[in-house]
Write a protein that binds this ligand. Structure first.
Ligand code: FES
Length: 156
């Protein structure tokens, strides 16, 4: 892990990239940013570890823990937002006990949000493990989460 991170960071430094794209490149390589990756970034770039951490924790797109087995992606783009996407996202948070960007304690489900999933006519839209779930409501969320947890094929 350390060698891989060092090589990516070194390449980014040579390309003149800033800290954010460098951390993005490391995450793309490692899938998430464990403490040793952040330490290696700090060592390689000379940026204080506290600053690397503050950047890595500031942006939602950075992941400090591995992704869950399943991903629930709630669209919060304009079309979904005006049709209640925010309430759907809140219900997912409530059912899963995590905020967007986080993974459940058991490592099963990661909750994420998106700016648009490209099918606005189906709003509010949720994507679970790559499958669309159209016209989502907070009432449908509990059932969908149950199906995902049981590994069942979700409806719709
Ligand atoms: S805004 Fe949600 S799919 Fe486009």
């Amino acid at each position: 892990m350390v060698e891989k991170v060092r090589a990516v960071a070194q390449r980014c430094i040579e390309e003149g990239k800033g800290l954010v794209p460098l951390i993005q490149a490391v995450q793309a390589e490692c899938e998430y940013l464990p403490p040793e990756a952040l330490r290696t970034i700090a060592d390689t770039t000379g940026v204080p570890l506290s600053q690397v951490y503050s950047v890595a924790t500031f942006y939602h797109s950075f992941r400090l823990k591995p992704k869950g087995k399943h991903t629930c992606l709630v669209c919060l783009g304009t079309a979904c937002h005006v049709r209640g996407g925010e309430r759907v996202a809140e219900e997912f948070s409530r059912q899963l006990g995590v905020r967007p960007g986080e993974t459940t304690e058991d490592g099963e489900i990661t909750l994420e949000t998106a700016a648009c999933l490209g099918a606005c006519a189906l709003a509010p839209l949720v994507m679970v493990d790559g499958e669309y779930h159209a016209r989502m409501t907070p009432q449908k969320v509990k059932r969908l989460v149950g199906q995902v947890r049981r590994g069942e094929e979700a409806d719709e």
